[in-house]
Design a protein around this ligand. Sequence first.
Ligand code: TYM
Length: 328
Amino acid sequence: MKRVFSGVQPTGNIHLGNYLGALKQFVELQKDYQCVYCIVDMHAITLPQDPKELKEHILDVAALYLAVGVDPQKSIVFVQSDVPGHAELSWILTCSSYMGELSRMTQFKDKSKNRDGESIPTGLFMYPVLMAADILLYDTDLVPVGNDQKQHIEICRDLAGRINGKYPGTFVMPEGYFPQAGARIMALDDPTKKMSKSAENIHSRISLLDEPAKIKKSIMKATTDSDGCVRFDVENKPGVSNLLSIYSSLSGVSIAELEQRYEGRGYGDFKKDLVEITVDALAPIRQRYEEIRYSSELKDILKEGAQKADAIAQQTMKRVRESFGLGL
Ligand code: TYM
């Protein structure tokens, strides 16, 4: 059976972009793949974190995985730092990576600018190498992620190819898996920026655990334009196009069909219906989350997941050490 791997950072405010770009695919892929889903706490510490909050956010994301429909009977769910192979492989990959290629990563450039003269943490620079280690450690075939991770998948493939060129058969070559609609959900208040966990304005995003009243407010306030026509045109109508992507992705109705449905009806009706679709999609997730988040089962699932993940990771690491001539 082919294998899927993906991860989410435990940094709070998991939003509709994370869901439509990644988590929704996590659930669908369980039918046909052996899936390994990780909570990447070691990536989170590339920026300063409050230790108590981090621990809580790890459990929040674990509960959300299960709440959206990741099934721990079928898939492995675990915390990155519970499996030592991630850090070990990350170092080995570091020795095959180049400063130049890491300097070109747009996420690194974004996160390291505007720091008011503050030092840039090396972890931020090495972030893509740790991500490559996550993926390669599980002989992964497919990586479901949003478009913002494309460059990181490419560097992972470059590293795997480079090392396989020297030591054939060391790594399985992974491929990115991007959804047709929803791969890049934009901020509701500014559709030129992607929806993000860290934006100050809470109405820029819909968090998966938002109450219906908050969802309604955020969507009704969402930036559109003045021509009143529900049409998909990212360049000239980025706000409306973003709302259409969300609508289509949540409802399964194609964008062309939605354009027809709302022809001549203006934004009011369109937004009202989108509120309903979104509230209906998120209500069961919120309910399951409440049931799972403080259950004693949650930590047991993560512990068992870490054992299963570690067993796969150890096999890979044995092969990698052999390839590089490490150890006895
Ligand atoms: P993270 O935690 O930032 O985001 C989790 C997932 O959500 C996707 N995403 C979006 N998709 C659509 N529209 C958006 N506005 C949006 N914002 C975020 C991300 O693409 C991601 O799939 N580097 C990863 C975590 C990671 C990882 C891995 C992923 C670490 N190791 C190995 C895959 C494989 C990240 O920061 O995700």
